[in-house]
Design a binder for this molecule. Sequence first.
Ligand SMILES: [Zn+2]
Ligand SMILES: [Zn+2]
Length: 278
Amino acid sequence: MSSFHLPPTVSPLSVSESFTRTWSGIINSYSPAAIEFVGTFIIQLIFFWGPSAVYLSLEALFPKFSERHKIQPVPKQPTRAEVIHCLGLVVKNQILSTALHAAMIYVSTITGKSSFRIDASIPPVHEVVRDFIFSLAVREILFYYSHRILHHPRLYPKIHKVHHKFTAPVALAAQYAHPIEQIIANILPITIPPQLLHSHILTFWLFMAYELVETTTVHSGYDFFHNAAKKHDLHHEKFLIYFGALGVLDWLHGTDGSKMAAKRKAKTDAVSKEGKTE
Ligand SMILES: [Zn+2]
Ligand SMILES: [Zn+2]
């Protein structure tokens, strides 16, 4: 009888053991404040700039492939100069985010109250799933309503108009925003939910990584992942539809694009019917 054994170096157990060992080594070597600050910065670096670089380079390296998968036509795409200008504001916004995070960590070291659980334990799967789903739901609520408020006629020209400069967005444009919007619609909806649960820092990083990949993808302008970018792309193109990310609140408030199109069609049909009967 023969049996197949994975080499010990790649068995799932040894991967999890070595991860646990590495993590407890980090915990023993650095302060919670340093771990939170540097770790969050690295997550931002990998999961925002990584996908942004991939999406942006597609156009330069594979122009035909890129054109085939772009949701909006080439003439609508931003120019190279606009993308470079976008890069400048995104860097400024990330400096702002990093500075605010440093200030927040400084306050929490003074008060002795950390926003996240930072210890040698690895959070159990059920806890990660629970915190992730909760964070996803609360992020949707915070993002949807802050985004709708930013579309208020008094606030839109001063703040949110900046983000809407890109009617055909690119991945980097995810954080092309007024600093106030960067704080209330981009940073807080992602950082508040895991803090409400005092989640493990590893869970927060996982959630943050997911959200950064999601936001760069929905701004990428590409039809990848079953057209995941379509709704937010339409929001950039047509303004008053699809304010949320998951779609539940858009459905609830009637800002769902297909619902609005159906309403418009019903109105047009009623008008043309009236015209015929007159
Ligand atoms: Zn956007
Ligand atoms: Zn908007």
